[in-house]
Design a protein around this ligand. Structure first.
Ligand code: AOF
Ligand code: ZN
Length: 362
């Protein structure tokens, strides 16, 4: 196995921490000696051993003289775990290859420390995929003033999210629905618009293969405060954190909701609500509709990633559009999104798109 293949392996291992490690990063590590894997590991649990330490412990003495291939720059700080740079030095690793620099000012500096002790250090291998994998973690250090926002849509070929009666169960098949539950597990919160919350009466919980360490909060952007106290969301607010944003003149009408444990927050507009979420501890948000909220977020430039599930059916002109009211853009000045993933989910197709292309090297 060469170093690029080892990085592929490390990136694959890192995904196994999905749902369990955020807001900390997904990290994988492989130890290579003479082209052979002598140890590997990943960050499995928030606050638990880092990927490098996990890999070193599987390698034991075989780590001496090995090359460590890691998806993130090894840390140099004492946090909940001791510094990985020191552990790699103590284990006698000869070379370290990492994908992207650690943006966390408290933890970074590992590369310099490794170099200072005579270790050969290289970075940039697998950088685009590592950035894709840790987009929400990287976003946290950019000071955007709002959470990382991903938009998930399940649509027909003609980009409808429901039929003309508003029925959307089910456009996509079981494999796509499993994917959505997997996806939800890695976010701090799941968001929907007020109308969608009222029409779908969904629970917005995670019911998939990955059990999240912390169940994502539910966030409802409900300017006119339509959420009924009898809705599933309101009735389960004591078990699952539920935040409702309504316009300041409507919040006093929500006493029945707050009595059920709903956190009711005033917000003049969407931008104010997104800004408030950061202060409420929500660093990443997966928005699942409806079309109006999706369009408003896109128009505001507040969508970082789009997970588009397209199903092989047509709902026609009076079906509910995926991006209702989206501002028109002349083709000459349109921005193109970057495809970061494309695959089949049963009969459906998944396309994952980023608004900003990943930087080629970090
Ligand atoms: C992780 N897992 O595998 C690596 C991390 O509080 P601590 O000790 O867990 O440190 C968290 C920071 O350590 C994290 O923000 C990142 O900068 C760095 N590297 N973190 O959670 C890992 N390698
Ligand atoms: Zn570390």
């Amino acid at each position: 196995m060469d170093e690029a293949q080892a990085m592929d392996r490390a990136l694959g291992l890192a995904w196994r921490g999905w749902g369990r490690v955020h807001p900390n990063p997904l990290v994988g590590a492989v130890l290579l000696r003479d082209g052979r894997v002598v140890g590997e590991g990943f960050h499995a649990e928030f606050g638990g051993p880092h990927a490098e330490a996990a890999a070193l412990s599987t390698a034991g003495e075989a780590a001496r003289g090995a090359t460590a291939v890691v998806t993130l720059e090894p840390c140099a700080h004492v946090g909940k775990q001791p510094p990985c740079a020191d552990a790699l030095i103590a284990a006698g690793v000869r070379r370290v290859v990492y994908a992207i620099a650690d943006p966390n000012p408290l933890a970074s500096g590992g590369a310099d420390r490794l170099r200072a002790s005579g270790i050969d250090v290289e970075h940039g291998v697998g950088a685009e995929r590592a950035e894709m994998q840790n987009a929400a973690f990287l976003h946290r250090f950019r000071g955007a003033g709002r959470p990382y926002v991903a938009l998930k849509l399940a649509t027909s070929i003609d980009a409808r999210i429901a039929d003309s009666e508003g029925r959307s169960r089910w456009i996509s098949g079981p494999e796509a629905r499993d994917y959505v539950h997997w996806l939800r597990a890695g976010f701090d919160a799941i968001g929907v618009g007020g109308r969608t919350a009222a029409v779908d009466d969904a629970s917005l919980t995670v019911r998939g293969a990955v059990e999240p360490r912390v169940a994502p909060a539910r966030v409802i952007f409900d300017r006119s405060l339509q959420l009924s106290p009898t809705s599933v969301l309101a009735r389960t607010a004591r078990d699952h954190r539920t935040i409702v944003f309504a316009s300041p003149d409507r919040v006093q009408l929500g006493k029945a909701l707050t009595a059920l444990g709903v956190e009711l927050e005033p917000a003049e507009d969407l931008a104010a609500a997104l800004g408030a979420l950061e202060h409420l501890g929500i660093g990443s948000l997966l928005v699942e509709g409806g079309g109006r909220l999706a369009a408003a977020l896109l128009d505001a430039g507040a969508v970082d990633r789009l997970h588009w599930i397209q199903s092989p059916l047509l709902l026609g002109e009076t079906g509910i559009p995926a991006f209702a009211g989206l501002a028109s853009t002349p083709l000459a000045s349109v921005e193109r999104w970057t495809v970061v993933e494309r695959r089949a989910l049963g009969a459906d197709s998944l396309l994952v798109l980023d608004r900003e292309p990943c930087s080629p090297e970090s």
